[in-house]
Design a binder for this molecule. Sequence first.
Ligand code: RB5
Length: 148
Amino acid sequence: MRLYLGADHAGYQLKETLKAYLLDEGHDVVDVGAVSEDSVDYPHFAARVGRAVARGDGERGILVCGTGVGMAISANKVRGVRAANVTTAEFARLARAHNNANVVTLAGRYTSADDAKEIVDAFLGTEFEGARHSRRIDAIQQLEDEER
Ligand code: RB5
């Protein structure tokens, strides 16, 4: 799968860990930065990943900051992005199955490498269930259109 991956300084270490893991799993990974633990502003990285996913350049996006919250707020400003801030594999599974999330955001300061790998596996390995959930995703899109 072609994936876009981004982080700020607080998510840098976990991003690097996930990048190695995902490459090892055979994914095509585009790393948009950050490139170190020097302080940077997370919205810029959320924009790069969110826009790439919304354009269809990548199938899914993964963003890491300290809590994942700032990344989720920022990525969700991009039309077509459904970013979910997730702390368990079960929430990642549900974010895909029910919400058709195309971006997952992680808490670099609070999520272990092993938990993050499980979360990402669930996020990448779960299909959207459609059916009644499609109606709700359509309603999200309508809301987005109304707010233009
Ligand atoms: C950076 O200190 C921190 O605020 C950021 O990584 C993130 O947690 C914001 O939501």
